[in-house]
Design a protein around this ligand. Structure first.
Ligand code: HAM
Length: 403
């Protein structure tokens, strides 16, 4: 037997209902916020992610599904959605159009991580990206959108917030942090020693508990923000308070992707185990320029659909449409053509095999139909059809023309 690859799952039956319920709910909310759908390829040039997510990140350094294709191109399966959307934005010259442009997307992402509960190698994200707004009100709006989606799905969360500063304050902070970490270099893990050279800020979210103990007294970026970043962060907190969104400040929240500046946030759930991040995002004002576009402020987020699936509180499923069945072979053709007609207005399925009434009622129940409609030789002779309303438990025999 050939099985699926490790960390790559099928989404079937009940899971699929949850999956589509999530997509429909998130899509509806994103559209209410004025976002438009965008679809970008699963395969992109590897250089795109090296330049955006960053060569020092774990995602690019260790986790990419990267290969040389038949045309000798260095390509990889996308590990995240933002880089592709920004590439499309620049390639289609939308950066030159100016104004505000807002997009949402959903689809598979690929990261060669060690699979465990909540951590897959192929997983699905729902994400949004907003271009052209440098106001922190847009950052707050992103956070409120995630909150709205989670509340609609019945999912509780904790919101963690940080500011990563900008080109004015980050370089000085980085220098101070490096000085601090250099002083305890002998006691930190190998990854952190490497990070000192590649991306020192990433030491702050090292998962090694010994490193974390040492970094408790490290300088905090949030206390070293320039006046603009500091004011924006204060405003962001005020907007969230005014709109009833609780948050925690996490000074070590640096996010695993290199493109962020200023606002960084993560939504976590305490009910799904160690892989608790259910959504993450932030501002990335320099990325469009990094990818050869006109400097354009931008902010966005992505939600991990598999992690959310088990938390979603599904609405009670509502019966709808028709199930049609034949009780005698001679009725099958009629049942098939009646089903075909009903599909013009209602969700309708039919059973191709002759069955007795009890089994047809079971079949209708299984597909959650509102009506079970059955024809046998008696009904054919009379030009009628027997219909049961499975919600109201009423039944009647009606003329085929009326049906
Ligand atoms: P990210 O934090 O890397 O951000 O991923 C977003 C979400 O995807 C995570 O919070 C998590 O729920 C889910 N996720 C990540 N890795 C896995 C995995 N291996 N298995 C299952 N779920 C996973 C980004 O990807 C950014 N592009 C978000 C963004 C958009 N920032 C600005 N715009």
């Amino acid at each position: 037997m050939i099985n699926s690859l490790r960390g790559m799952n099928d989404i079937l039956s009940e899971d699929y209902e949850r999956f589509t319920y999530f997509i429909n709910t998130a899509t509806d909310i994103a559209q209410k916020y004025g976002f438009h759908f965008i679809e970008t390829p699963l395969l992109e040039e590897t250089a795109l992610f090296k330049r955006s997510v960053g060569e020092s990140s774990d995602i690019v350094g260790k986790e990419m599904y990267q290969f040389i294709d038949k045309g000798e191109n260095d390509v990889c399966l996308r590990p995240e959605g933002t880089a592709g959307v920004v590439r499309a934005f620049v390639q289609k010259k939308l950066d030159k159009a100016g104004g505000i442009q807002r997009y949402f997307y959903h689809g598979s992402m690929f990261r060669y991580e060690r699979p465990q509960k909540g951590r897959l190698r192929q997983f699905h994200q729902f994400g949004v990206e907003s271009f052209g707004v440098d106001s922190v009100y847009e950052d707050a709006t992103m956070i409120m959108m995630v909150s709205d989606i989670l509340i609609k799905l019945g999912i509780g969360y904790r919101l963690q917030l940080n500011s990563l500063g900008d080109n004015n304050c980050m370089p000085d902070y980085r220098t101070n942090l490096v000085k601090f970490v250099q002083a305890c270099k002998d006691d930190i893990c190998e990854d952190c020693v490497r990070r000192l050279d590649t991306n020192p800020i990433r030491v702050l979210d090292c998962k090694n508990s010994k490193c974390q103990e040492l970094y408790v007294s490290a300088p905090k970026l949030i206390q070293n923000l320039c006046p603009t970043c500091s004011d924006d962060f204060e405003t962001l907190k005020k907007i969230l308070q005014n709109n009833g969104i609780d948050y925690e400040i996490d000074t070590n929240l640096v996010r695993g992707l290199d493109y962020y500046s200023k606002t960084a946030f993560e939504f976590v759930s305490d009910n799904i185990g160690s892989q608790s991040a259910i959504a993450g995002g932030g501002r990335y004002d320099r990325l469009v320029e990094f990818l050869d576009g006109r400097p354009t402020p931008a902010v966005g987020f992505a939600m991990g659909i598999e992690r959310l699936m088990e938390l979603i509180v599904m609405p009670e499923s509502v019966r709808s449409g028709y199930y049609l069945g034949a009780m005698d072979d001679e009725a099958i053709d009629l049942v098939v053509s009646l089903t075909q007609k009903k599909r013009a207005t209602d969700r309708s399925t039919c059973e191709y095999k002759t069955k007795n009434l009890k089994n047809h009622l079971k079949g209708a129940d299984k597909v959650n139909a509102k009506y079970c409609a059955v024809i046998g030789s008696n009904e054919i002779a009379d030009g009628t059809i027997w219909v049961k309303d499975l919600e109201n438990k009423t039944e009647q025999t009606i003329l085929l023309e009326e049906f």
